[in-house]
Design a protein around this ligand. Structure first.
Ligand code: GRF
Length: 203
């Protein structure tokens, strides 16, 4: 199964996906695309020998930006698109071309603590403010909603006394780095979303 990864920043989840592929998971990261110049994620891709592209969204129509994403993903013949810290909301037009084939990872237990504006430390601040005893991460399919697509898997971590948004974020990140490759591996092996790995690349 060929995977395309969309990133905007640091790329630790991308790294986890690359590491699992290198360790023999039944998928290949075929292309990495960033929308932010200088994103460390691009360097991680290059270090792993994966084709890495910068497609900037600034100063151009959204459709043109998404057409370029789509063209690169098609050229790389990807079966599955993984958002890994990709800080753009994809339009229904883009989603329609890869329906049921786009995954996202979110640093909280959806459906709680998701939606527009819920990213980065804000998520962990909200979890701590709520007094929740647990947090975690969620891998879900991307649809036209923000963080609202069907949930595929979640992993939980405890919220500990004295946690700050930063300490909680670090604990959740460790869980993310285990969960995302597990889910992609399960899809590639046909154990989750059966048929997806075997069917032709999204049109
Ligand atoms: C992760 O917390 C992920 O859940 C969220 O964005 C963050 C990306 O971190 N969608 P990284 O760039 O993978 O290190």
């Amino acid at each position: 199964m060929r995977v395309g990864v969309l990133v905007s920043g640091y790329g630790s989840n991308l790294q986890a996906l690359l590491d699992a592929a290198a360790a023999g998971a039944p998928y290949t990261v075929a292309v990495v695309i960033a929308n932010v110049a200088g994103a460390p994620a691009l360097e991680r891709a290059r270090r792993a020998g994966v084709s890495a592209h910068l497609v900037e969204h600034r100063g151009r129509p959204r459709r043109e930006f998404e057409e370029e994403l789509l063209r690169l993903l098609r050229e790389a013949r990807v079966d599955l698109v993984c958002l890994a810290g990709f800080l753009r909301i994809l339009s229904p037009w883009f989603v329609s071309h890869f329906r049921g084939r786009i995954l996202n990872i979110h640093p909280a237990l959806l459906p709680a603590f998701g939606g527009r504006g819920m990213y980065g430390l804000r998520v962990h601040e909200a979890v701590l403010a709520s007094g929740a005893a647990q947090s975690g991460c969620t891998v879900h399919l991307v649809d036209e909603t923000v963080d609202g697509g069907p949930i595929l898997a979640r992993a939980t971590v405890p919220v500990l006394p004295g946690d700050t948004p930063e300490t909680l974020a670090a604990r959740v990140a460790q869980a993310e780095h285990r969960l995302y490759p597990q889910v992609v591996r399960a899809i590639a092996a046909g154990r989750l979303l059966p048929g997806l790995a075997a069917s032709p690349a999204g049109g």
